[in-house]
Ligand binder design. Structure first.
Ligand code: HEC
Ligand code: HEC
Length: 412
């Protein structure tokens, strides 16, 4: 049924469309992976990405606004200052967007951590292998158990994945790459494919010098992790307000911030600035969709941690709906209502969960709820969104082309 629709659509477009560019892309979709020759001038950028500044040959984070939070006692700890090589960041960016890393050459990291969805995918549960497209309209593939977190500020996360099964980005990357439900790749596939692509040979040598002569899976993972570390966001209106730009927040948003840090709502105890996470695990009693998710308990075996998950960052939260590990709260209003009703306690969570004592009925009124939501929106800042490469060294179609494909199919 679905196929008939697609082929019918292709035929219609081929008949009516006079623009050769669109036509060739559609043919590429049908014949699956016909390779487009990428431009011959692939060169890695030696400029630091937005949000970073050059220090000798490295990039360091430009803590424009956050420093003052540190001074004002909002933090009580120094933020890490890492040095990243700009060319390695750029190489990681190409790898992140290139479906060549997946077993069937269809799925890139960016399909589920997409710029259009603030480095998440807009789905309640991600869709892995055999899916087509990306974002909420991705269809036909394996449904994963959980939602995709956005990757903003992952450099500051001490535990990765919802239940914290990885503690650094290097270990984390092996998860999606080698999982048969996701990218279904292997060390051997990655190494043999990339070593055959002249553009990648050139780029790895450029980024890593002689170490990059032979492309190895650890180098690929190093480059992707370096790119992920560059995804920082802390120039939101909230940050501007924190450094003294008092007009950056409206009275309603300020009321919302006061609710956020009040002893009634207690949001800031688990989601403290500047990263809006305390990096620990907590049980708030979010309901699962289908199968029960035991969260952190599956890692430590402690019943006490049943259904507990890593406290997520709230940076860019307004851009990454739906919410929670199971993606079952659609909007920020739904999230605030969930907490206001007592979290899992008020929403029928299983009785064997030890829900955190800070999560209980709050009795916030309508005005306080709206203000709290307005405050959460002040944490938006996508100024450092990475540039989407128009083409990648493998020549395979990137998720952007699927977008134009979906766009066309919806305007048919
Ligand atoms: C099929 C969709 C999909 C693909 C492809 C995918 N991810 Fe993910 N990603 C997810 C989901 C879902 C989670 C949460 C999984 C969990 O917690 O069990 C996740 C979690 C993560 C996290 C942890 C973030 C955090 O805050 O804990 C990072 C980092 C990450 N992915 C990076 C990558 C990289 C790098 C790639 C490519 C090598 C990739 N992802 C490919 C869906 C995907
Ligand atoms: C006891 C610690 C704790 C408190 C207090 C708390 N949170 Fe959370 N928050 C969490 C945890 C843990 C999750 C993830 C739970 C899950 O996915 O099952 C979460 C998830 C969220 C999410 C969804 C994040 C995402 O990426 O999907 C939002 C939004 C949020 N909290 C806002 C708030 C607000 C607003 C308050 C105050 C009303 C608050 N939180 C109070 C621990 C807490």
């Amino acid at each position: 049924m679905k196929y008939r629709f697609y082929f019918g659509f292709f035929a219609a477009v081929l008949l009516v469309c006079d623009c050769s560019k669109v036509e060739s892309r559609i043919i590429q979709e049908v014949s699956e992976f016909e390779v487009v020759e990428p431009p011959s001038d692939f060169r890695l950028s030696s400029l630091c990405p937005s949000g970073w500044k050059q220090e000798k040959e490295y990039c360091v984070i430009n803590y424009q606004y956050v420093n003052s939070l540190e001074k004002n006692g909002g933090l009580g700890q120094t933020l890490p200052q890492v040095k990243l090589d700009p060319q390695v960041i750029d190489l990681g960016r190409y790898l992140f967007f290139d479906p060549i890393l997946s077993g069937d050459k269809q799925l890139s990291c960016a399909h589920c951590h997409h710029p259009a969805y603030s480095l998440s995918d807009g789905r309640s549960q991600s869709m892995g292998k055999d899916g087509k497209g990306y974002g909420p309209t991705r269809s036909g593939g394996v449904i994963l158990k959980r939602s995709a977190p956005s990757l903003w500020n992952v450099i500051y996360m001490k535990n990765l994945f919802w239940e914290g099964r990885a503690s650094n980005l290097e270990d984390q990357a092996e998860g999606p790459l080698y999982s048969p439900e996701e990218m279904g790749s292997s060390k051997e596939i990655i190494e043999s494919r990339l070593n055959e692509i002249p553009f990648y040979q050139k780029m790895f040598r450029q980024a890593y010098g002689t170490k990059g002569k032979k492309i190895s899976a650890p180098l690929v993972i190093d480059a992707i992790s370096t790119f992920e570390k560059s995804l920082v966001s802390f120039s939101s209106r909230f940050d501007k307000w924190s450094t003294g730009e008092k007009e950056a927040l409206s009275p309603e948003e300020l009321l919302g911030y006061n609710v956020f840090r009040s002893f009634v709502a207690r949001c800031a105890e688990c989601h403290p600035p500047p990263m809006f996470t305390n990096n620990v695990f907590a049980t708030i009693g979010v309901l699962d969709r289908t199968e029960r998710d035991y969260g952190r308990e599956t890692i430590t075996g402690q019943e006490l941690l049943r259904g507990s998950f890593r406290v997520p960052t709230l940076r860019n939260i307004a851009k990454t709906a739906p919410y929670m590990h199971s993606g079952n709260l659609e909007t920020l209003e739904d999230v605030v209502n969930f907490y206001n009703e007592g979290g899992g306690r008020g929403n029928g969570a299983p009785s064997d969960l030890r829900i955190h004592w800070h999560v209980r009925k709050m009795g916030l009124n309508k005005n306080e709820i709206t203000s709290l939501v307005a405050f959460l929106k002040t944490l938006n800042d996508e100024a450092n969104m990475p540039k989407f490469p128009k083409s990648v060294p493998s020549g395979l179609p990137v998720a952007l082309e699927f977008e134009s494909y979906h766009h066309r199919s919806s305007i048919k």
